[in-house]
Design a protein around this ligand. Sequence first.
Ligand code: NAD
Ligand code: 4TP
Length: 336
Amino acid sequence: MLNKEIPRIAISIGDFNGIGPEIILKSLSDLDLGTSTPVIISPKEIIASVLSYLPYDLDVNYSDDVTGLQTGTINVLSFAVDNLKMTPGIQSALSGKAAMQSIEQCIHLCMNHEVDAMVTAPISKEAVNLAGYEIPGHTEFLATQTGTNSVLMMLVSGDLRVALVTTHIPVKDVSEAITPDVIKEKVEILSSSLIHDFGITNPKIAVFGLNPHAGDGGVIGKEEIDVITPTLKMIREERKDITLHGPFPADGFFGQQLHKHHDAILAMYHDQGLAPFKLLSFGKGVNFTAGLPIIRTSPDHGTAFDIAGKGVANPSSFKEAYKQAVELANKQISED
Ligand SMILES: NC(=O)c1ccc[n+]([C@@H]2O[C@H](COP(=O)([O-])OP(=O)(O)OC[C@H]3O[C@@H](n4cnc5c(N)ncnc54)[C@H](O)[C@@H]3O)[C@@H](O)[C@H]2O)c1
Ligand SMILES: N[C@H](C(=O)O)[C@H](O)COP(=O)(O)O
């Protein structure tokens, strides 16, 4: 039986030829099973195989059905994969398909309130595309599968929160994608998440410019003058419950420690925000998708194919992602 008073956390297996299964099991090896219930969605053979080379004697409950899940143990909700074969370090359509089946099942469990949150292990975007899923990442897939028009990718590490206006698109398309509506939408989701998910009243948000030196008065690009600055002005007039600073030149922002004076930073594109975030979070960052009707977190790194199957992967970011999911789920359970 599952105790619904403590958070039930679904975990997608990620690409089983990457480090996903290893960091999941390492993270759960010292988990207090009295305060949350993990449910890994994976073929049981994958878990058994990775456990065979890890030095843990874990209490695992394998089940083919949600009715078999239990509190006080690590659950594995198993599904079958035809011709299953692990090839650590080598991505394949087979591992891409299994990764997506696991994510789909996690979403289904969350939407049906069979679990309270989901944590995703890393997928290879190439492998899932090989398997026929034309998606650039979890964020976009979760939005479509949950019927959500707009979501926000937010990376979190303690008080450092970096969110993105654009996510997985080519750099050449970024300028066109930054419109007043999109900026407004992302500020809405970000401020709402800061207030409701993170309990911050009157959040202070720093917004980056797009161009070097935030355009330098239009000499190095006009997006700040034409789009970003007027949109921020419009939002400031409408939203007296938040403080919006910017647009800041992105290059010196973190060096000047300005992130310490803001509850979140809204960057214009992926690497502008995530490169400094990953440097500052010391491998303990969490990727949180804000704006969904369900709770989803993830580690801030990828499949690490170069070290898959070697037992050397660092689970710290996955552990933080799991902890963050439990925290958010506890908050939701207490509010229900
Ligand atoms: N959440 C996700 O699903 C997610 C996140 C980021 C990248 N990715 C995907 O992962 C794939 C590989 O991406 P990449 O090579 O750019 O980045 P990566 O994070 O997989 O690897 C970069 C380097 O960091 C090392 N590394 C990463 N995580 C580690 C860990 N936990 N412990 C020890 N070393 C670790 C790797 O060995 C590698 O040398 C791509 O398809 C990418 O899109 C997925
Ligand atoms: N942008 C993420 C990162 O660098 O950590 C990563 O690609 C994962 O994105 P999804 O959560 O959308 O798969």
